[in-house]
Ligand binder design. Sequence first.
Ligand SMILES: [Fe+2]
Length: 241
Amino acid sequence: MLVDIHNHILPGLDDGAATVEQSLMLIANAAANGIKHIVATPHQDETYKNKSLIVYTKVREMNALLLEKNIPVTLYAGMEILLNESILDNNLLTLANSGKYLLIELPNNHFPPYLFDVLYKLQLKGLIPIIAHPEKNAFLLQNKDKVLEIVARGALLQITAGSVLGKNGRKIKAFSNQLLKEQLVHFIASDAHSLRHRPFLLNKAYEYIESKYSTDLVEYFKENAKHVLKGSEFYVLDTKR
Ligand SMILES: [Fe+2]
């Protein structure tokens, strides 16, 4: 039973599924990947100002439809929150409403100077920040020391399945593998947007990681995603830093 903690499957909320039909096709794609539980994480940023209530409503509507269509997948509410200085003033939705894990997206091409300050404040509130796809951040790609510092300060890292498989280019694949090798990764997630361009590749990524690293590492990622669903904490593998 697989859990996906980062994707854009809810219809009409962001640059992911545009319609209910597209959403259902993506969810069927997830089911074919063996995914039974999906934490839906629409963008929350300047372009898509999704509020908690709309996410809850869409999740409830889609779950009713899945039941009706006999598709054995359950959706949970979450969001992918673009980091900004005033993030703490917003009504933030934790992953699966766990009250624990928060999915944070960094700006694509620079390192926000206030990152560690915000992470610390989130932690003071009892939240555990998960940084979405750090391997796609142009600054971090050149500054691995900052990745080490993010992890040392207690944030967790989520690498995207497509990055591991080379769908985001050679450099990002190499960086993803470097982070995997050094045990700096805590989750693999699909970040699925559409069947055509960014489908669910979770199973393929796990197969790749199993062949290149170990079954144990894959089990670790699968278990960690279940902890997010439950809002329970887990033992983080020691890094070689
Ligand atoms: Fe995303």
